[in-house]
Design a protein around this ligand. Structure first.
Ligand code: AMP
Length: 333
């Protein structure tokens, strides 16, 4: 693996095409973020990339800008309708919509057509869009495979593949779908993998997918956000609520979110804080529920980390899709 550590300080020094520099200027960006400064030259050079970057680091522009540059450099070998040159896979529809918006923002002075595709919404408008030119497709894996099944999408022209938030995709059980999609792509292509964390599963995926990738790491392996300061207080159980009460008062904290193991524990804690003159909201019930949920989830994962349980996962996805259908559609196209 090669590792780029140089940090050019302007977008112009990254040799991006003029239409991109204009769009960047319109967006008001004055300087590339670290992930952009490192990733853009590597992607422009045409190699594969393994990037450790969380949301908020500017990673989307880190791959979108050089992809647009590369697509603009040479015309499609065999242009065709519903035949994207770049495929960006994301775990959720929200992220898909966000990424496609970035493609439009940065590509506004270029002639490319982009499209966002996700499940939980009517497939027909997507089928209609696929009858036209699509250069960049941003999609969630499930709906993408639905289109492949219906032969409304042709993946044989994909030159660049991006797996965005790959760790979340694996967490959400998309690994089989990803493998199916990879099998449909041309062998000769550029692969970019973005992930906030690097589990063994991600490493296995990266090893099979990437060829001598450039490495960019702006978030260290499995680290928490640098914006969050963490501390641990080792004290007897019965003193915990006293310490919490003290910390809130002493630090004059205005907003505090507390996770407890049980709802009962949340109620007791709320009573104690109220007695100490600290205002607690009825939201503590919600916090307790969140706490329970997260702990339950974690315990389940620890018990059976590789449990495939396909039928149940599919059911859960169907449930989710059903729920999403009731949410007003945020689809761009
Ligand atoms: P991302 O990590 O891709 O989700 O981006 C996080 C936010 O940073 C987005 O709102 C971008 O518009 C913004 N952003 C991306 N690149 C830059 C930059 N070079 N300067 C300032 N803001 C940026």
């Amino acid at each position: 693996m090669s590792n780029s550590t140089s940090h050019p300080t302007t977008f112009a020094s990254l040799n991006l095409a003029q239409p991109l520099l204009r769009a960047i200027e319109d967006a008001g960006y004055t300087q590339p973020t670290p992930v952009q400064a490192q990733a853009i030259p590597l992607v422009l050079a045409g190699g594969d990339l393994l990037a450790g970057a969380q949301t908020g680091t500017g990673k989307t522009a880190g791959f979108t800008l050089p992809i647009l540059h590369r697509l603009a450099e040479k015309p499609a070998a065999t242009p065709g309708s519903g035949r994207p040159r770049c495929l960006i896979l994301t775990p959720t529809r929200e992220l898909a919509a966000q990424v496609e918006e970035s493609v439009q923002t940065y590509g506004k002075y270029l002639p490319f057509k982009s499209m966002v595709m996700f499940g939980g919404v009517n497939i027909n408008p997507q089928i209609k869009s696929l009858r036209g030119q699509i250069d960049i497709l941003v999609a969630t894996p499930g709906r993408l495979l639905d289109h492949v099944g219906q032969k409304t999408l042709d993946l044989s022209g994909v030159e660049i593949l991006v797996l965005d938030e790959a760790d979340r995709m694996l967490d959400m059980g998309f690994i089989r779908d990803i493998r199916k999609i990879l099998a449909l792509l041309p062998k000769q292509r550029q692969n970019l993998l973005f992930s906030a964390t690097f589990s063994d599963e991600i490493k296995t995926l990266a090893d099979g997918l990437l060829h001598n990738p450039g490495l960019v790491e702006v978030a260290r392996r499995n680290t928490t956000s640098e914006l969050v300061e963490q501390s641990v207080h080792l004290i007897p159980q019965k003193l915990k609520s006293y310490l919490l009460s003290h910390l809130i008062k002493h630090n004059d904290w205005k907003q505090v979110l507390v996770f407890t193991r049980t709802k009962h524990g949340a109620n007791r804690l709320a009573e104690k804080l109220t007695a100490d003159g600290i205002r607690t909201r009825s939201g503590h019930r919600h916090a307790a529920a969140c706490g329970e949920f997260r702990i339950a989830q974690r315990a389940r994962r620890l018990r059976a980390p590789h449990r495939p349980h396909r039928p149940r996962r599919q059911q859960r996805r169907r449930d989710l899709a059903g729920r999403q259908r009731r949410v007003p559609a945020s689809q761009g196209h």
